[in-house]
Write a protein that binds this ligand. Structure first.
Ligand SMILES: Nc1nc2c(ncn2[C@@H]2O[C@H](COP(=O)(O)OP(=O)(O)OP(=O)(O)O)[C@@H](O)[C@H]2O)c(=O)[nH]1
Ligand SMILES: [Mg+2]
Ligand SMILES: [Zn+2]
Length: 306
């Protein structure tokens, strides 16, 4: 595959001079558009439509996987308007863009280990809706057993309009169904570390070199994913692997917005039209929600959001 000059390697090591020197004028006629396909430390791997690839320093430009960037002389000079934004808010670091331009968020859980966390699913579907992505659930590791309780949770989310697939990346069950759900879209896999996101990518993308959390032959090296990376699916469509998340908050979503992102709270006949569904006089949210934990999730998010 053709590769253009790796700018960071070619650049002089004199950082002081580089930062104080005026930026060279960019020959706009010589620019090209690329897609960011992988984060590589503080650099990004980019790929043009014709397959030309390269690794670039971002030089302060805030870009994420699936961003379309214009590059001139080895430097990102523009990021195209994003069609969607998947953001998360951490307890300390504030809100961060995870990926852009994805069509669908695939929320990956494990059947048993690590345990299914409905509160996390509630926050993830909110982040998807707020950022303009659809959402679906995948429960992996079905070969290890399937607790009745997890099936119940999945059925509840199905009833709210979030499709789901039960799969096993290791024995292959459900993988064809998942592949069909991903066809033609750009999807992003998100979930706790160890739920099997990278193993699923390996099952979906034959020949992909993906490091997963398996122990090597010597019982060493748990290869947890450290950076986001985009893969092409054989039947069309793309899939993005991201590192497992420890904290996934949606503090970036305005609290008045939240009630529009819980499908069962939309259009409730509460007494006041702008009801925040916190149980004030004339609020019918308690009768309307599908299950009590959903309303708890919603109310907790309203409290947490500014
Ligand atoms: N039994 C079983 N184990 C699985 C399955 N899928 C993945 N695993 C195992 O689960 C462990 C973690 O898998 P990974 O694919 O690395 O998990 P991940 O979600 O990518 O984790 P991070 O990269 O840390 O976010 C590995 O030991 C896998 O072999 C599955 O379907 N069944
Ligand atoms: Mg991984
Ligand atoms: Zn209400």
């Amino acid at each position: 595959m053709p590769v253009f000059e790796d700018d960071a390697e070619a650049a002089p090591p004199d950082r002081r001079r580089r930062s104080s020197a005026p930026k060279p004028a960019v020959n706009v006629a010589a620019t090209r558009w690329y897609e960011v396909v992988e984060m590589v430390g503080r650099r990004v791997r980019v790929r043009a439509d014709d397959g030309v690839e390269g690794i670039l320093p971002t030089r302060g430009a805030h870009v994420v996987v699936a961003d379309r960037v214009r590059v001139a002389e080895g430097v990102v000079v523009e990021t195209a308007a994003r069609t969607s934004r998947l953001e998360r808010t951490g307890e300390t670091a504030g809100s961060r863009l995870v990926v852009s331009n994805a069509d669908m968020l695939v929320i990956v859980s494990a059947a048993i280990d690590p345990p299914f966390r409905p509160g996390l699913v509630d926050r993830m579907v909110v982040a998807a809706a707020a950022g303009g992505l659809s959402a679906m659930l995948v429960v992996n590791k079905c070969d290890t057993g399937m607790p009745e309780e997890v099936l119940e949770w999945v059925a509840r989310y199905e009833a709210l309009g979030y499709p789901s697939v039960l799969v096993s990346a290791t024995d292959g069950r459900g993988i064809d169904e998942l592949r069909a759900a991903l066809a033609g879209k750009t999807s992003v896999l998100l979930g706790h570390s160890g739920v099997g996101k990278s193993t699923l990518i390996r099952a979906l993308v034959p020949g992909a070199v993906v490091l997963t959390g398996e122990l090597d032959a010597w019982g060493r090296g748990r290869h947890t994913t450290t950076a986001a990376k985009l893969y092409d699916l054989p039947g069309g469509g793309r899939i993005i692997d991201v590192p497992g998340i420890r904290e996934f908050g949606v503090g970036h979503v305005p609290r008045e917005e939240l009630r529009h992102l819980f499908p069962e709270l939309v259009g409730l006949p509460c007494k006041f039209r702008d009801c925040l569904h916190l149980g004030d006089e004339g609020c019918v949210a308690e009768e309307a929600v599908s299950w009590p934990e959903r309303l708890e999730s919603y109310r907790k998010l309203v409290e947490d959001c500014v």
